[in-house]
Ligand binder design. Sequence first.
Ligand code: SDX
Length: 432
Amino acid sequence: MKPGRLLKGSRVPETITITDDRTGKTVTVPINDGTFSSAALRELDKNLFIYDPAFLSTAACRSSITYLDGDAGILRYRGYPIEQLAEHSTYLEVAYLLLYGELPDEGQLKQWTYDVTHHTFIHENMRKRFVDGFHYDAHPMGMFVSALAALGTFYPESKDIFDPDSRHKQILRLIAKTPTLAAMCYRFSVGLPFFLPDNELSYPANFLTMMWKVGEYEVHPTIERAMDVLFILHADHEQNCGTTAMRVVGSSQADPYSAAASAASALYGPLHGGANEAVVRMLTDIGSFDNVDAFIEDVKSGKGKLMGFGHRVYKNYDPRARIVKQTADAVFEVTGKNPLLDIALKLEEVALSDPYFVDRKLYPNVDFYSGLIYQALGFPVDMFTVLFAIPRTVGWLAHWDEMLNDSDQKISRPRQWYTGAGERDYVKLGDR
Ligand code: SDX
C-alpha cells in the first residue's frame, strides 16, 4: 500500500466518508497507508459486507515483511531491494532477515547457519516407511506436500505454537529439512538411493549434492551461487496465494507443518508456483521459433494462457524475472544454453509489443525464465515447483510467526453473499 499523504512533515491519516443512501447514515473512516477498516461498515448496517472474491481489493492483514509496488516493479524484503539482496546476500542470511527483521551480524549469522545445518536430517522412519510408500511415478510436489504434514507427526510439541522456543525450533527444522525432503522425493522418483545431508556444505551445495551425487560429485561454484540466488528470489512475496493459505490455516492455531502443507498445496497450482513447470511444458509444446506467432494468436483468441506472464500485483516487469534472466546467462555459460531460451525470448518480444498483453499489463513474472535454468541444471520438470517451495518455506514461516504476534489477528472466517434458495419445506421422495 502506498503511504498516506505527507502534510507539513508529519503523516496525517486521510479519511473516507461512506453514506448509506438507504438510511442517510454516514461514517467517516481514517485511511492509514492506503487502507481503511471495513469494521466501519457495521456502524452503518451490521449486515453490510464488502463483496471481494479472490481479495482483489482486500488487505487481509498488516505485515512489515515484504513490500511490493506493482506499478513500479519494486520488491523489498524488510526494506532491502531484491536486486541488492540477490547480488550481495545468501539465502540463509535472507531467511534470517525475513524472520527477524534485520540482517544478522557475524555472530548471529554463524549461529543461525550452524543451527540450520544441524537440523537437516530426516527421521529414518520418515525416510524408510513414509517416502517409500508412494507409487513409483508419484509427482514429487504431491510427495513434498504430504511429507510436510507427515513431518509434523514426528514433533508433537509443534502444536504448542505459543511457546517461542518450540516455535523457533519448528521454524529451524522446516527451513533445514525441506531441501532434504525435496531431494528424497526426487531420488525416490528416479529409483536412486537417498544421499544424506553433509554438514560441511553450504545450504545450496548440500541440496545439490543430495540431489545429484552418485559416486564422485563436486558442486560447480557458479551453479551453487545460481541456486542460492534463485532461493533468495523465491523466498517471500507478501500475501500470495500460498502465504495466504499459511495465514488462514495458521489462524486456526494448527501446527506449522500442517499449515505449511496447505501453503505448499496452494503453490502446487499452475496459476501459482506450478507455473514454472507449465512454462517449460508450454515452450516444449510450441517447439520452434516459427510457431510463436501462431501460439500468441491462440492465446489472444482465448485458447489458453501465456504461462509465466501476468501477475495480480505486478503491472510492470517482475523485478525477479529480470534477475532470473541474468542468472540464466551465468548458468548457461556452464551448462550450455537451453534451446528453449530462444522461443522464450521471442515470446517475450512479441508479447511486450502486442496490445492484447500491453493493454492488460501482462509482463514476464518470476516463473517465465526460472524453469529454463532448472532444466539446464538437469532438474526434471515435475521438480520445478518443489524448487519454488524450498525457499518459500521461510516466507510462509515469517508470515505465520508475524500473524501469531498480531493483536488484530483472529481465526480467518470470511462472510458470504448468499444467493441460494429461501426457506422451503422438505419434499418426500415420492412427491418430487
Ligand atoms: C506466481 O501472488 C504472487 O505473488 C505469486 C508469485 C509469488 O511469488 O508467490 O509471484 C508467484 O504465482 C506468479 C504467477 C505465476 N502464474 C502464471 O504465470 C500463470 C499465468 N498467469 C495468469 O494466470 C494470471 O496472470 C495470474 C493468475 C498470475 C494473475 O491473474 P489475475 O490477477 O486474476 O488476472 P486475471 O486472470 O483476471 O487476468 C486479467 C486479464 C484477463 O483477460 P480479460 O478477461 O480481461 O480479457 O488478463 C488475462 C486474463 O485472461 N491474462 C492472461 C494471462 N494472465 C492474465 N492472458 C494470457 N496469458 C496470461 N498469462
